[in-house]
Ligand binder design. Structure first.
Ligand code: PLP
Length: 287
């Protein structure tokens, strides 16, 4: 496996960064997770737009144009002979001194990892996930916007830890007012009849690219889609619940905090959207 690291391809075992990289020292940087289906990079432009917006927000200047980054992603896929893959694109502040000030970092580090990925086993797509809600709160949008996909993933990691302590593989985070925000690395939808609800961006969630694709597709399929705040109660009494994300795609949730959702099996509408999503991903993208 070849990793793109600051201008060259290096073997996985040699792909190392300095202990003085501020991405390592402080989580100072931004990233994207991107999927490739049959050689099509899914919604690459949206991922790059989000990456550059995240970078702009934290005043990190990416040392490449978007077209250059596109080219580097394609080269990384070719070098690894991958046509179905998960790509991790990381831009950190780069190597500096021990002070916080990013001014000591001469140049951002650019890293692209491409590999095959199966985040949840296939059985879980058939059975659906059991999840819990956790004490960790999403950071407030006015502190550091959750729209910034930064290398600071501590609250997301705490969500994962709380989930495993509860014996489940995923969990939902609430915001500081108690509204449901999102999962550890995925967005959440609830279904009521032919109506879909997902928390609006201002609640404190990343505006997921999979989320946006599902909203678009659901509208085409004549669902009513509302971006509206909702509480845990609304989740418990929903007909269906599902999560969306680049890695997870669309996955049904069948139990939340011990409450069985619907009949305890992945719902009809979730399956319909998952099927539509799987058809869509191979059709779209940049070859
Ligand atoms: N929320 C968080 C915190 C994430 O890290 C991710 C993953 O990227 C998502 C939601 C889902 O977003 P996307 O569909 O763009 O992968």
């Amino acid at each position: 496996q070849w990793i793109y690291l600051d201008g060259e391809f290096v073997r996985k075992q040699d792909a190392k960064i300095s202990v003085y990289d501020h991405g390592f020292l402080y989580g100072d940087g931004v990233f994207e997770g991107i999927r490739v289906y049959d050689g099509n990079v899914f919604r690459l432009q949206e991922h790059l737009d989000r990456l550059y917006n995240s970078a702009k927000s934290i005043m990190l200047e990416i040392p490449h144009t978007k077209d250059e980054v596109k080219g580097l992603i394609i080269n990384t896929l070719q070098k690894n002979e991958l046509s179905n893959a998960y790509i991790r694109l990381v831009i950190s502040r780069g190597v500096g001194n021990l002070g916080l000030d990013p001014a000591s970092c001469a140049r951002p580090s650019v890293i692209i990892i491409a590999e095959e990925l199966a985040i949840f086993p296939k059985e879980l797509y058939d059975s659906g996930l059991e999840i819990v809600t956790v004490a960790t709160r999403r950071n407030r949008p006015d502190v550091l916007s959750p729209k910034v996909k930064s290398l600071n993933y501590l609250n997301n990691i705490l969500v994962k830890i709380e989930a495993s302590l509860a014996g489940v593989s995923e969990a939902l985070m609430l915001n500081d007012q108690g509204y449901v925000a999102e999962g550890s690395a995925d967005n959440v939808f609830i279904v009521r009849g032919k109506e879909l609800l997902t928390p609006p961006g201002y609640i404190g969630a990343l505006e997921g690219i999979t989320r946006n694709a599902i909203i678009e597709m659901a509208k085409e399929l004549e669902y009513t889609v509302k971006e509206e705040p909702f509480t845990r109660h609304d989740v418990y009494v929903a007909d269906e619940v599902f999560l969306t994300g680049t890695a997870a795609e669309v996955i049904a949730v069948v139990k939340v905090d011990g409450r069985v959702i619907g009949n305890g099996k992945p719902g009809k509408e979730t399956n319909c959207l998952l099927e539509a999503f799987r058809k869509r991903v191979v059709k779209e993208g940049v070859k």
